[in-house]
Design a protein around this ligand. Sequence first.
Ligand code: GLN
Length: 460
Amino acid sequence: MREALARAEAAEGLGAFITLVPEALEKARTLDVRRAAGETLGPLAGVPVAVKDNLCTAGVLTTAGSKSLTGFVPPYSATVVERLEAAGAIVIGKTNLDEFGMGSSNENSAFGPARNPHNPDFVPGGSSGGSAAAVAAGITPLALGTDTGGSVRQPASFTGVLGFKPTYGALSRYGVIAFASSLEQVGVLARSTRDLELALSVMFGHDPHDATSLASPPDLTGAHGDLTGVRVGKVRELCGDGNSEGVLGALARTEATLKALGATVGEVSLPHAPYGTAAYYLVAPAEASSNLARFDGMVYSYRSGEDRLGQAEVMRRSRGESFGPEVRRRILTGTYALSAGYYDAYYGKALKVRRLIAGDMARAFTSYDLLLTPTAPTAAYRLSEKGDPLAVYMGDVDTVLANLAGVPAVSVPAGTAEEGLPCGMQFMAPALQDARLLRVAGALEAAAGKSFAPVAADFL
Ligand code: GLN
C-alpha cells in the first residue's frame, strides 16, 4: 500500500488521479493486524484499487470530472465498490475521466487531462483514462471504469492493459453517476486475466438497488482452457480500411497466434456495423440529456452565485457555467433528437439501427464463438491533436457495438502499433458468455508471456 501511494505521488504529472485516499494506509495496517491474529481475510485483502471518479465512494469526494459536482461527497458507495471492499480491496484514489464519461481521450475533464504512461505527450484514451493510466503505470493492479461506448476497452488499448466490459446487467450500476443508462456497464482494467477474473467474480451478483441488474450473473466456469476448436469471426466491416497500418499489423499477429493456439479464424459480416457510431451518438446523448437534467443547482450540484435571479435563471446559469463544452453539446443534440417532430427521424431511427445491429450479432454468433475487431482504429494520439469532435467520435466505431447490443467485450493487449505505443484487439461474445472472453484473453496472455502488459515507466 505504501508503494502504491508513493508511486501515485511520483506519477502526479500523469494526472491519473483527481483525489487520493491516504487513509488507505491505515486500512492496510488494520488488515495486517487481522491477518496476524489468524483471521481469514477476503480474496482481495489489501489489494490497492483505483476507482473512476464517476463511481460514488462514501466519504470521498466524487466529481465525475465535472465542475457541476463541486464539493459532492457521497453518503454511500456504489455496490461494485462495496463488494470490492468487502473482499478486502482498498481504494487508494479516484481517477480522472472525461466529464461524466463523455469523451475518448480524457481531454474533456474539468481537472485537466490524464496522460499516457507509455509517452506522456499522448492521450491515455477515455473516458476511463485515469484508471487505465494507473494500471499501466503499475500504481494499482486493478481499476474500475465505466463503459458506455468503449470507455474501458479503448483506454485499455491505448495504454496496453486489459479492459473488460461485462454483459449488460452483470454488474450493478447503483452508485454510478449515470450518463446513458441503457448502454452503460462498470468494467475492470487489469494487467492479468486472473486479476480481471478475481475482480469480476467478487462483484458479480444481483443487486436489488439496480432494476437492470441480472437475477443471476454470468457463469465464469469455462474461463480457463485452451482454444482448440474455438471459432473466431473477424468482422469484415471493421478489419480493413480505416485502420492504421500498425493496428492492422497487430490484428494479423493476433490472428496468427489464435490459429497457432488451435482456434479457427473466419470472416463474418455485421452489415449494420458501419451505422453503429451514428446510432450510438443519438442514443447516448438522448439518455444523457435526460440523466443530466438533475444537475440544476437546486439540491447539491454547482449553483451560480446570484441567488436573487429567480429559479429558472439560477438553473440556466448554473448549468451553463458548470458543464464543459462536450457535455453541453451532448445535452443539446440529445434534447434535439428527442424533441417533438424529430423523435422519429433521429432517436426512433437510431433505436431501429440498434435492433438491427443486435440481430447482425445474433446471426454471427450462430457460426462463431467470438467476434474479433481492433479495439480502436488507431493507437493513442497526441494531446490536442484532435480538435474536431466528429473525428473523436469516429474512433469509437469498434467499441459501441457491444454496448448497443448489450453483449460482453474485452480489449486484450496486442503489442505495439505506431510510435511504439500499445494497441489492443477486441473480442465480443454472446450475452452471458463472459467466460469465453476471459478464456481467450488468458490464452493470449500465456502465449505472450512477459511482454503481454508491461508496466510503463517512461513517466518517472
Ligand atoms: N467515447 C464514447 C463517448 O464519448 C464512450 C464513452 C463511455 O463509454 N463512457 O460517449
